[in-house]
Design a protein around this ligand. Structure first.
Ligand code: TYD
Length: 212
């Protein structure tokens, strides 16, 4: 299915600040009069939000890697069918806080399930929809874990199952993100997540402006 609209995804390690940046980009685009759908993975539509609860609940430590990847794609399939594909067909701009690249780096590499399993599920779940542009908000694994754990302490919540993973796991994810950016430099743009928030916003605006 061809995207009639524009599909932009945000990727990065936990605590990279990508969510804030996505909201800021949405506000700028709306300021230009564009219609923007914002979504998040795992999540988006209500059914997908229910799947999100299973995935991120720190009580579910025994979730197997296979169940985990299937649930991420179950959430994604619902998001694609109910929200993303219809919005793109209407010619809107869709912004997603994470998408298939997250499954590639966290499950394919972090969990060691392999890229082929992720690619097979993508063929089933995504109906040919791939991001036109991906902004990789880059911070190192040590800062990522530090920020995520500080956030969890400041605002205690149950959605910490992935943040509870080891530094080794997060290092694999980091390496995989960089390998992806090297492989697809036209689509995946690295943005320095250590810069100040306004500076990152401007850099993202420069990149997106070239695609509008
Ligand atoms: P969330 O609390 O939304 O964190 P963040 O703000 O960093 O996005 O949690 C999402 C977690 O799920 C995050 O640790 C990454 C992980 N994840 C995967 O492992 N695979 C996926 O396909 C997706 C979408 C997310």
């Amino acid at each position: 299915m061809a995207n009639r609209g524009l599909f932009i995804t945000f990727e990065g390690m936990d605590g990279s600040g990508k969510t804030t940046q996505m909201h800021r980009l949405a506000a700028r685009l709306r300021g230009l009069g564009r219609t923007v759908l914002e979504t998040v993975e795992p999540g988006g539509p209500p059914v997908a939000m229910q799947i999100r609860r299973i995935l991120l609940d720190s009580a579910n430590q025994d979730l197997s890697p296979t169940t985990e990847v299937l649930l991420y794609f179950a959430s994604r399939a619902q998001n694609v069918d109910q929200w993303i594909a219809p919005a793109l067909a209407r010619g809107e701009i869709v912004l997603s806080d994470r998408f298939t690249d997250s499954s590639l780096v966290y499950q394919g590499c972090g969990r060691g399930l392999g890229e082929e399993s992720v690619a097979a599920l993508e063929r089933i779940a995504c109906r040919g929809i791939r991001p036109d542009l991906t902004l990789l908000v880059d911070i190192d694994p040590e800062s990522s874990l530090g920020r995520a754990r500080a956030r969890n302490l400041a605002q205690p919540h149950d959605e910490t199952r992935m943040d509870d993973q080891s530094l080794d796991f997060h290092r694999k994810v980091y390496e995989a993100y960089h390998a992806l950016a090297a492989r697809e430099p036209e689509r995946v743009k690295i943005v320095d997540g250590r810069a100040d928030i306004d500076g990152i916003e401007r850099e993202i605006w420069d990149i997106v402006g070239r695609r509008l």
